[in-house]
Unconditional design. Structure first.
Length: 145
């Protein structure tokens, strides 16, 4: 029997098609939850709630991400000690930005958008700055909202 046998060719095609389909389903099963968790903001709950974070929970030059009314937000203690709270949702297509401690800037991993620690666009496709969130600092607690 040779590979030129029509029945054998059909069998091999069906097997390869099945393997390719299983591989595609496997890749999708692994990547889709990661995409949903890291890159797509959660829908807003519209609760208008406040979030409190201890000033000492954040090192100078570092950032802490949190859920703010159902969407990703970040509070940052800048190198000069001032504290900033921003939406972590990129204004380009809605991916979640990452804090780059070494560079002291925000990176949107989807299309390489860069923002200053104050959320101002440095480069890339984002059309505007990250949204600033209101905050107060009282008795060692940062209250956002
Ligand atoms: S979604 Fe952030 S740069 Fe495109």
């Amino acid at each position: 029997m040779s590979v030129r046998d029509p029945d054998k060719r059909t069998f091999i095609r069906v097997c390869l098609g099945g393997v390719a389909t299983l591989a595609a389903v496997g890749v999708a099963a692994v990547t889709y939850p990661l995409f949903r968790y890291y890159l797509v903001p959660k829908p807003s709950s519209g609760s208008g709630g406040k979030t409190s974070i201890g000033v000492n929970e954040i090192a100078v030059g570092d950032a802490k991400f949190f859920d703010y009314n159902g969407t990703a937000a970040v509070v940052l203690k800048k190198q000069d000690g001032t504290i900033v709270a921003l939406s972590a949702v990129c204004p380009h297509l809605g991916c979640i930005v990452q804090w780059e401690r070494d560079r002291q800037d925000f990176l949107c991993p989807c299309h390489a958008g860069y923002f200053t620690p104050d959320g101002v666009v440095i480069s890339g496709p984002p059309p505007r700055a990250l949204e600033k969130l209101p905050l107060t600092v009282t008795n060692g607690m940062i209250t956002i909202g």
